[in-house]
Ligand binder design. Structure first.
Ligand code: CA
Ligand code: CA
Ligand code: CA
Length: 475
């Protein structure tokens, strides 16, 4: 039978069967009585498994630990990529290949694509290994391997060299130390402290630092993504706030800080520019008191307190007004006789004012200039005339009925007649004629001996002129 071996097949067969044969040899030689020649096991060279660094293992103070290591791995033997046989380590342990393993080897041989499915031993085509003829197989292959390369295609491939390529066991990758990063930390402070109280409408800087964190997120009274460290102002605050920050790394860390805000500080209002003016004693005897209110915060005037006393010590008040109002002036009525809430004639009055804002703040008392009331009431003007409904051109008699007060006497009269003859008079009780019909104004001013003068305008209706009568002597 002609059997064509090529180098690849020889190599395959050599390795496969040397492995198997080497393992089987010790057993089969003696048990089966074969004379087994020396077996030349190829040098597979150093096996570099690289560095395996698993770092320090601190298992603390514990009882003895019995560690079983069960290593199970496959080794690919690759001959230039042409043929690949997966050696099954179980084969080495068992010394014998079971049927599945043989099938795997056969399959690998078949898959090599070289058409070599069987090993020819002693002229009989056999399976590579099948029980009783392991030795024959091994011998055959050793024989063939011994001169196989030279005999076969080794020379043809140029250079030849050793029949068996080295078995290359790949480096076992270095297992780096397993470093578990520590958990992150974060510290958030306000104004450099873990708690802070600030004034109303003030602000404070939030500062955070972290370790082992890649990013942070704000929550609570602020929001948004933050860096692993930073500073940010709260902006002006009018109420307390709580700021929280969560920083992420291997796990997360949270810190919060509360910023307390004091109640607003209220600055009191001020009152100034106190002024007094006298009203018209003829129509209504009053004195006007006024002031200017102002407040640092712009608070409005909530109320005021006005005190008037004819004694400078303000201990026997004539007026004490406590009024919820933003008004900035008051009219003080002068009466004779005085009643409650008024002041009297012929006296000197002292006054002071205090204002309050709507935040509970108040000014100090501020005193205005004192003022004097007139000696007595002004003249009360009154007059009559006759006839009551005069005609144009008819004589009309006006009679002064005015009243003066305080013991004063009337000292002057000033009449003004519209559409009349005469148009004016300084008599107390003048007689005039109206020169046109209709409503004609008459004004009397009376001055008393204290030189107080009040006018009083009146309208007098004037009729058409009377018909002219001529007395006829009866006949
Ligand atoms: Ca903190
Ligand atoms: Ca205020
Ligand atoms: Ca008094």
């Amino acid at each position: 039978m002609s059997i064509i071996y090529n180098k690849k097949i020889i190599i395959l067969g050599s390795i496969l069967c040397l492995v198997l044969g080497g393992l089987f040899f010790g057993l089969s030689k003696s048990s089966q009585g074969f004379d087994v020649p020396d077996i030349d096991v190829p040098d597979i060279g150093d096996i570099d498994v690289g560095n395996i660094d698993i770092g320090d293992i601190d298992i603390g103070d514990v009882p003895d630990v019995d560690v079983d290591v069960d290593v199970d791995f496959d080794v690919d033997v690759d001959y230039g990529g042409d043929i690949s046989i997966e050696a099954i380590m179980g084969l080495l342990n068992d010394y014998y290949a079971n049927a599945d393993q043989l099938a795997d080897m056969q399959f690998a041989i078949n898959e090599s694509g070289v058409g070599f499915s069987f090993v020819d031993i002693n002229g009989v085509t056999q399976y590579c290994v099948n029980g009783s003829n392991e030795y024959a197989m091994v011998e055959e292959f050793i024989n063939r391997n011994g001169n196989g390369n030279g005999n076969g295609n080794g020379g043809g491939n140029g250079g030849g060299g050793p029949g068996d390529p080295p078995i290359i066991v790949p480096d076992i990758p270095v297992v780096p130390d397993i470093i578990i990063p520590p958990a992150p930390t974060v510290d958030l402070k306000a104004g450099g402290a873990d708690s802070v109280t600030i004034d109303y409408n003030a602000s404070v800087n939030l500062t955070w630092t972290s370790t082992n964190a890649s990013s942070c997120i704000a929550s609570g009274s602020w929001s948004g993504n933050k860096g692993a460290a930073g500073t940010q102002s709260t902006g002006t605050l009018t109420s307390s706030r709580t700021y929280t920050i969560t920083c992420m790394g291997t796990g997360s860390a949270v810190d919060s800080v509360t910023v307390q805000v004091n109640p607003p500080v209220n600055n009191p209002p001020t009152v100034s520019n106190l002024q007094v003016s006298m009203g018209d004693y003829c129509s209504s005897p009053v004195h006007y008191l006024s002031w200017t209110y102002s407040d640092p915060e712009g608070d409005s005037q909530d109320r005021f307190r006005l005190q008037i006393d004819n004694n400078s010590d303000f201990e026997s008040l004539e007026i004490d007004r406590n009024i919820n109002s933003s008004a900035n002036s008051q009219a003080i009525l002068v009466m004779d006789p005085m009643i409650s809430g008024t002041i009297g004639y012929n006296d000197v009055y002292y006054w002071r004012i205090r204002v309050y804002d709507d935040q509970g703040g108040s000014s100090n008392w501020v005193q205005g200039s004192s003022f004097s009331t007139e000696k007595h009431r002004y003249p009360a003007i009154s007059f009559s005339w006759s006839p009551q409904n005069p005609s144009e051109g008819e004589e009309v008699r006006f009679t002064d009925q005015s009243t003066v007060y305080g013991g004063a006497s009337k000292t002057a009269w000033n009449w003004i007649f519209v559409n009349a003859d005469p148009p004016t008079s300084e008599d107390q009780n003048p007689v005039i004629e109206f020169t046109s019909q209709g409503n004609n104004a008459v004004t009397l001013s009376v001055t008393d001996s204290d030189n107080y003068t009040c006018p009083s305008p009146v309208t007098v209706g004037v009729q058409e002129s009377l018909p002219w009568w001529k007395e006829i002597i009866p006949w």
